[in-house]
Design a protein around this ligand. Structure first.
Ligand SMILES: NC(=O)C1=CN([C@@H]2O[C@H](COP(=O)(O)OP(=O)(O)OC[C@H]3O[C@@H](n4cnc5c(N)ncnc54)[C@H](OP(=O)(O)O)[C@@H]3O)[C@@H](O)[C@H]2O)C=CC1
Ligand SMILES: O=C1O[C@H](COP(=O)(O)O)[C@@H](O)[C@H](O)[C@H]1O
Length: 476
């Protein structure tokens, strides 16, 4: 395992909220090498002591409060202020760390990925066994992603490039693979003969808060769908890989992404809804709307089709939004109704398909919806009754921050949970078809009050399970 981590963007939001707390946990649990060191880089002007004091203040009050591990982390951390557009300065300051193989982690805006890579190359930090980790999103569209990938390729081999999608580091997301490929039962029904539709929902109560500049250029389609949601879709829809190694899995995911049917201007009116939150109430608190000059969405609902043998005719509904009434990440697989009805009552139950509901956040649960019977003599007929089979693990496993797993894997050199260049480009190809179609069709961004499930037009895209679980109303 490599023992030098260079963290670029060390003063940023992601570093404070997730990356440093993850390192603190890994040190606490003795999962890092004895000589582990962090080279933190930002633009802000600190010396080592100043940065350590700043970081102590941020971490000391967090969920990760653990004084011994915190002090250990600070002791191992050195800070440099640098402009990542300045390759010469990067080389002069950072070449001292090229004494052993390292991992450089770019937690910075994506427009810095190319210049920073050139600076790291000049500093000798991409040689030999050294690795490069990049945050999402890789670029803004297919053309910019290709440019970034070409710059990376010129500097180091793909086998040493680690593109992060933190959803792949979440244990419940990895559980999707176990569920699909560790069970005969699932695979037998996992195709269009038995499955009617698939819902993928990522609802957040959080708003754009503090990331307005970035978000105005990306919106929900590029910020969430291009990466996290398409990775979830790929894991659900991929063919069984021949092995659980990085390339076997990534080959299969890429095939799914390449089979997504591009959207056309004629489709988008029917198969997509864009929304933006206005002022409202979330978790009992009044919140402001997202105001910006750009026509950017904070909510998107899509009906996707995968044009291949397994999934032909099965709609995948993808919905994500900020300032929703509750936080919920879930995948719902709805099975087809029975083919022949034998019960006396011509029941609406026939149309109610079996459902596999996998909730990934905030808590992990797996439920299988089945039909049973409440046999009661006074009814005279067999009365069907929906049942729910809880398939969750008990006791629930301890959950770690997704980045803990990904940091360890990058330090060890395991690419299984990282995204390959061709996957990123296949995802952008589909996303570009949607943004182009929106532009050509002038698809409006519809308002929704914060604390609602998006614009009323999106109601048919939302999973039915959402409203049977304590959620009060279906649409805004
Ligand atoms: N925040 C989040 O929840 C998530 C973020 N991401 C991704 O992580 C990355 C970082 O995001 P986030 O932390 O929110 O961004 P922030 O804007 O909070 O932080 C950006 C960081 O980059 C540094 N930086 C900016 N410009 C330069 C430059 N020219 N030279 C050197 N350093 C520079 C900043 O330094 P300084 O502050 O000193 O100016 C800061 O440390 C992005 O790619 C984002 O998409 C991914 C998932 C979630
Ligand atoms: O990458 C991002 O993800 C977060 C949501 O992540 P989660 O782990 O809290 O589900 C999202 O808020 C952010 O906008 C996006 O950039």
């Amino acid at each position: 395992m490599h023992d030098t981590l260079l963290l670029f963007g060390a003063t940023g939001d992601l570093s404070q909220r997730y990356l440093f707390p993850s390192l603190q946990h890994l040190l606490r649990d003795r999962l890092l090498p004895p000589d582990f060191r962090v080279v933190a880089v930002g633009r802000s002007d600190y010396d080592d002591g100043g940065f350590q004091a700043w970081l102590r203040e941020r971490l000391a009050n967090g969920d990760s409060r653990d004084d011994t591990a915190l002090e250990d982390l600070l002791r191992r951390t050195h800070y440099h202020a640098l402009d990542l557009n300045d390759a010469e300065a990067m080389a002069a300051t950072l070449s001292q760390y090229a004494d052993r193989p390292s991992v450089s982690y770019l937690s910075t805006p994506p427009d810095l990925f190319a210049p920073a890579t050139r600076g790291l190359k000049a500093a000798g930090l991409l040689e030999g066994e050294s690795r490069l980790v990049l945050e999402k999103p890789i670029g803004h569209d297919l053309a910019s992603a290709r440019e970034i990938n070409a710059t990376l390729k010129a500097a180091l081999d793909e086998s040493r490039i680690f593109r992060i999608d933190h959803y792949l580091g979440k244990a419940p997301v990895q559980n999707l693979l176990a569920l699909r490929f560790g069970n005969t039962l699932m695979e037998a029904v996992w195709h269009n003969r038995w499955i009617e539709s698939v819902d993928i929902l990522v609802a957040e109560t959080a708003g754009v808060d503090g990331r307005e500049g970035y978000y105005a250029n990306y919106g929900a389609l590029r910020d969430m769908v291009q990466n996290h949601m398409l990775q979830l879709l790929a894991l659900i829809a991929m063919e069984p890989p021949s092995a659980l190694d990085a390339d076997s899995i990534r080959d299969e995911k890429r095939k799914v992404l390449r089979s997504l049917r591009p959207m056309t201007p004629a489709d988008v009116g029917k198969h997509s809804v864009r929304g933006r939150y206005e002022a409202g109430v979330v978790d009992g608190e009044a919140v402001r709307g997202f105001k910006h000059d750009s026509e950017v969405e904070t909510f998107v609902a899509l009906r996707a089709h995968i044009d291949n043998w397994r999934w032909s005719g099965v709609p995948f509904r993808i919905v994500t939004g900020k300032r929703m009434p509750s936080r919920a990440t879930e995948v719902v697989v709805s099975f087809k109704p029975v083919s022949h009805w034998v019960f006396e009552r011509p029941s609406k139950e026939r149309a109610r398909s079996n459902r596999l509901r996998m909730r990934l956040q905030p808590e992990e649960t797996i439920e299988l919806g089945l039909m049973g019977s409440l046999a009661a003599p006074e009814w005279g007929a067999t009365e069907l009754q929906p049942m729910s089979l809880d398939l969750s693990m008990s006791p629930a496993p301890i959950r770690r921050i997704a980045y803990e797993r990904l940091l360890i894997d990058a330090l060890k050199g395991d690419q299984t949970l990282f995204v390959r260049d061709d996957e990123v480009e296949a995802a952008w190809h589909w996303i570009d078809s949607i943004s182009d179609a929106w532009r050509q069709a002038q698809t409006p961004v519809q308002p929704y009050p914060a604390g609602s499930w998006g614009p009323p037009a999106a109601v048919d895209f939302l999973p039915a399970t959402l409203f049977g679980n304590g959620h009060k109303k279906k649409a805004s």
